[in-house]
Design a protein around this ligand. Structure first.
Ligand SMILES: [Fe+2]
Length: 271
């Protein structure tokens, strides 16, 4: 195969990306949070990813990277991921500190990840001091411009907060508050293949305008689906794999850790 043909084949091949979310890391690796060690859970998830997917194009973290949101927490995460050896990207969640968060691009410009014909656009939905989410106007305007330039690509949008309600009263107070404004920006574009988000600590699937809106289990604790009051779910942490095809289609699967002992402190009534 000549070099040019080889390059083209490389460009058009299928890709694999992994979504991890809600690691809620502490400032010290041994520190606990609601009776679990977030660091251990995170590492167990990463070990599983390494085993199941030896060839990954990128890992995208959809926020709440830190529970104890100090510079040392972010430094430790970055060092771990560099050592892991796969391209990695992240957006902040409500528990992150926007002052210390290692953004890929200066705000309000969203970061755009290029993987073959696919583009992943990272949006910041976190607002300092707030649990619920909002994508600021300036960022929506930038998103509109970026989408207009990417019409030959297949696009995935990533943000932290859930644009759809999860039918869980306590959790839905904290959703993305201006989801309608985001949808108005996305609506004219036919090449948006999915929106992925975190925040809800559970797997979910919704669809709008032919676009799947999907969430992924946290690497730390899980929330009970459809619960009106705050409640943990006694199931194992996990992550999501997305197989991005050269045709513009994708397949996705959630993995949870096997043989994982859940040790959550149930007496905690919030997080
Ligand atoms: Fe979270």
């Amino acid at each position: 195969m000549n070099a040019e043909k080889l390059q083209l084949t490389e460009f058009h091949k299928d890709r694999v990306i992994i979504q991890i979310t809600d690691t809620h890391l502490m400032d010290r690796p041994e520190a606990e949070f609601v009776g679990i060690n977030p660091e251990e859970n995170f590492h167990a998830v990463m070990d599983d990813i390494k085993q199941q997917y030896p060839h990954v194009d990128a890992i995208v973290h959809t926020g709440d990277l830190a529970q104890a949101a100090f510079p040392e927490t972010y430094d430790r995460y970055i060092n771990y991921m560099k050592e892991f050896g796969v391209d990695f990207y992240h957006i902040p969640g409500n528990h992150d500190n926007l002052r210390f968060f290692p953004f890929h691009t200066p705000e309000p410009r969203p970061a755009v990840i290029s993987i073959g014909q696919w583009r992943i656009i990272l949006l910041n939905s976190a607002v300092s001091g707030q649990t619920d989410g909002r994508i600021q106007n300036e960022q929506l305007l930038e998103l509109k411009k970026i989408l207009a330039q990417l019409q030959d690509c297949f696009v995935i949008i990533a943000c932290h907060h859930n644009p759809f309600e999860m039918r869980s009263k306590w959790l839905d107070q904290h959703k993305l508050k201006n989801a309608d404004e985001l949808k108005a920006v996305l609506e004219p574009f036919q090449n948006i293949k999915a929106l992925i988000h975190g925040h809800v600590h559970q797997e979910s699937f919704n669809e709008w305008n032919g676009i799947p809106f999907i969430s992924t289990p946290a690497t730390c604790v899980q929330f009970k689906p459809l619960s009106q009051e705050f409640a943990f779910d006694q199931i194992a942490p996990g992550y999501r794999c997305l197989h991005l095809k050269a045709s513009g289609e994708f397949e996705t699967v959630v993995h949870r850790l096997k043989n994982f002992k859940v040790t959550i402190n149930e007496e905690i009534s919030g997080y």
